[in-house]
Design a protein around this ligand. Structure first.
Ligand code: ARG
Length: 463
């Protein structure tokens, strides 16, 4: 393909260098945003008298037919073009002749690409937002289904205190809500700074109307410094950070799902449609989806690190290094979408093995805090009670008993504060139902958490 700039050069670009330089293989996915941006740019040029109204309509129709033909498959994007911007312009000129060459007045590829990436990401973030909301809904549904399932809560991966399964998985819904909010915040910034019209870096001598162009494209404002307009990739970094945090949450959840489905825990069983077998061990049912989500988290962190590193040393304004932004952010977008799409039905279809959880909660002295609280309520200072319970636990371990099976006579040997009512006080059901503080595992608190999420999802039109 002849280069637009061929006039300046005596020799054609080396074939390998040409391939190296080209970004069409990955930026072709922005064809729609590129064409939309160009349509609005042409409209602005015509309104400002920079091109005629006839020329505008020719350009508009030409661009419209290109979009239609790409979408219906009759026009293949030419992979010999340098990038999607060059391809669309060349195709337009092929279709409408010299008028097509007027489209690039008062802009440059530097502001054009900055615009296209913003428009593309805004669209993808809408999708990702919906996928996050569906996962929150799936978690909330599971929580409602297993509101009364008691399980051990852990710290240091040691059984710590009894909680409900609902309380445990709802914590992920709150993390995901923050992920949703974070991405929306980033979207607000993306939409507030339309870069088009910054041109190569210095602005233009034409009497353009950047505010009009921005508004037509759905932006709330324009970038106020043209050098910043073409150099800024903060929005990509922000989203990559948000995606990294989101993946970190999915990865922690994955890790628990992997642990819980092991024979050692057996707290849940994943549905056959979200597990795989082994090629050699006939008994295996592997949580590959959760493992892959955990594994792909590293990939998204990598995308963030790659772009941070690319940007850290480049001078203002545009440098070709910045072409690397797209593969990083596209990869992260694709990965996040794929992970969420598999994760939600995996959670939705998993079976919770309540009895196993309950049995596990019966071991490990997880009601020891409640025994100490029982003594405190009878008038003993907490530290003293804590010491007594420690001794009682040590005794039970030696005698192979648990707090619930240690006879009252034995309790009385440790302290005469104990009475028969202690057994009810330290039952797993009481330990959970008596947790009354806000945000706790108690039923009132868990119901409030579910109500909050229902309202949030309702506002977002999920139900
Ligand atoms: N393909 C380029 C990119 O993605 C478009 C901008 C090219 N600008 C330039 N001055 N060479 O960054």
């Amino acid at each position: 393909m002849d280069k637009m700039w061929a006039g300046r050069f005596e020799k054609a670009l080396d074939k390998q260098a040409d391939d190296f330089n080209s970004s069409i293989h990955f930026d072709c996915r922005m064809y729609k945003q590129d064409i939309t941006g160009s349509m609005v740019h042409a409209m602005m040029l015509s309104r400002q008298g920079i091109i005629s109204s006839d020329e505008y309509h020719e350009i508009l129709n030409g661009l419209g037919s290109i979009l239609e033909d790409i979408e219906n498959g009759s026009l293949q994007i030419n992979m010999d073009a340098e990038d999607i911007h060059m391809f669309v312009e060349a195709e337009l000129t092929k279709r409408i002749g010299d008028t097509g060459k007027k489209l690039h007045t008062a802009r440059s590829r530097n502001d054009q690409v900055a615009l296209d990436v913003r428009l593309y990401l805004a669209q993808e973030c809408e999708e990702i937002g919906k996928l996050i909301l569906s996962l929150i809904a799936a978690i909330k549904d599971k929580a409602e289904e297993y509101k009364d399932a008691i399980m051990p809560g852990y710290t240091h991966l040691q059984r710590a205190q009894p909680i409900t399964f609902a309380h445990h998985i709802l914590s992920y819904a709150f993390m995901l809500k923050r992920d949703f909010d974070r991405i929306n915040d980033a979207l607000g910034r993306i939409w507030s700074q339309c870069p088009i019209g910054s041109c190569a870096l210095a602005g233009t001598t034409y009497n353009t109307d950047r505010a009009f162009e921005a508004e037509r494209l759905g932006f709330t404002g324009i970038s106020l410094n043209s050098i910043d307009g073409v150099s800024d990739r903060d929005f990509c970094l922000e989203l990559l950070s948000d995606f990294s945090i989101l993946m970190m949450h999915l990865s922690r959840f994955s890790e628990e799902i992997i642990l819980w489905s092991s024979w050692e825990f057996k707290f849940i069983e994943l549905d056959d449609s979200y597990t795989t077998g082994s090629s050699i061990m006939p008994q295996k049912k592997n949580p590959d989806m959760a493992e892959l989500v955990r594994g792909k988290t590293g990939r998204v962190y990598g995308d963030l690190m790659a772009l941070l590193t690319t940007l850290k040393g480049i001078p203002l304004a545009y440098n070709k290094d910045m072409q690397e932004d797209k593969e990083a952010i596209f990869d992260a977008v694709d990965t996040v979408k794929m992970c969420l799409s598999v994760f939600t039905p995996m959670v939705g279809t998993m079976t919770v093995l309540k009895d196993n959880m309950y049995k596990a909660a019966g071991k490990g002295f997880i009601n020891a805090t409640d025994l100490a609280d029982y003594m405190v309520k009878k008038g003993m200072p907490f530290r003293t009670a804590y010491k007594h319970v420690g001794e009682i636990v040590a005794y039970c371990i030696k005698e192979n008993l648990v707090l619930d099976t240690l006879p009252i006579e034995k309790y009385k040997e440790f302290s005469d504060i104990f009475d028969n009512d202690l057994y009810n006080e330290i039952s797993l059901e009481t330990c959970v139902s008596k947790r009354i503080s806000a945000g706790s595992t108690g039923p009132d608190s868990v119901n409030k958490q579910i109500d909050f999420l229902t309202e949030f999802l309702n506002e977002k039109d999920i139900y």
